[in-house]
Design a protein around this ligand. Structure first.
Ligand SMILES: [Zn+2]
Length: 280
């Protein structure tokens, strides 16, 4: 069996694109923090299943939860960067992106006591609008990025980007390992997050089987808040955002247990290392 990348984007329930017009960054520190409890539940589930994963974590979260960062590392998982405060890459220029990467990495490395070599852009926001982004990541010493959704979607996507691991910068070793796509009624969706929560698990199983059949490792992702039915409800968010964010939170843990049993999983840096061999 082929090893696939299991990943968690570690952020608070309010640090999501769906609520960015409803909840201001300035108010974040006044909201109930649930990321420690929720990520702890994810770590418990992975320990019980005997799987290792990559935790792409916001610097903002690492600064407030250093003990959680130490636990992620101590339990054999990869700690990696999800940027500082969930600003999407296409809203920044190259120098702002570099500053965001450095600020996050400093805090993650201090808290985790390890080197950070992996990065995932918030909301898969590296696309045609950010032709400088991979070069900045290479210059900052990252080994890989898992930041591209090779898809046409209303909020994100780089439709003509490769679906397998590739080298986005000609003279650098940086590898981009894109998120795997699933098919839903003729449309493509990313594998994980709200789609995994809302749709039958069979769609995800089929996507992973198809990728592995084409000798591509799959990359799957979710958020700690995807498993948290007790999170506060944002009353004045758009209805469509609320439907996506709150449906079937209680079913998530059981679906995840089924998913991790069914396929071979590992840390994203391990998957990238195996792909690097094939590319060279
Ligand atoms: Zn995120």
């Amino acid at each position: 069996m082929m090893r696939n990348g299991l990943s968690v984007d570690v952020e608070e329930w309010f640090q999501v694109g769906a609520f960015e017009r409803t909840i201001a960054r300035d108010d974040w520190d006044d909201l109930e923090s649930r990321v420690g409890h929720n990520t702890g539940a994810v770590l418990d589930l992975f320990a019980e299943a005997g799987v290792k994963a990559t935790f792409f974590t916001l610097g903002w979260v690492a600064e407030r939860h250093p003990a959680l960062m130490r636990r992620i590392v101590a339990e054999g998982h990869e700690l990696a960067s999800h940027g500082w405060d969930h600003r999407r890459v296409f809203t920044m220029d190259a120098e702002a992106f570099r500053a965001d990467l450095r600020r996050a990495r400093g805090v993650l490395e201090d808290a985790g006591g390890i080197a950070i070599t992996g990065y995932r852009a918030p909301s898969f926001s590296i696309d045609r609008r950010t032709p400088w982004a991979h070069r900045v990541l290479a210059e900052e010493g990252y080994a890989y990025s898992s930041s591209v959704a090779p898809i046409a979607h209303d909020h994100y996507g780089w439709p003509d980007a490769p679906k397998r691991a590739w080298r986005p910068v000609a003279d650098a070793g940086l590898i981009e390992l894109p998120i795997t796509l699933a098919s839903l009624a003729g449309r493509k969706v990313v594998t994980g997050g709200g789609f995994f929560r809302l749709l039958p698990a069979a769609i995800t199983h089929a996507a992973i089987a198809q990728a592995n059949g084409e000798a591509r490792p799959a990359v799957f992702y979710f958020h700690p808040w995807d498993m948290d039915p007790g999170q506060p409800r944002v009353a004045n968010a758009p209805l469509r955002s609320k439907l996506r964010h709150y449906s079937r939170l209680g079913a998530m843990a059981g679906k995840l247990r089924g998913l991790v049993r069914r396929h071979e999983w590992g840390r994203v840096d391990q998957v990238v290392a195996a792909e690097r061999e094939k590319l060279s």
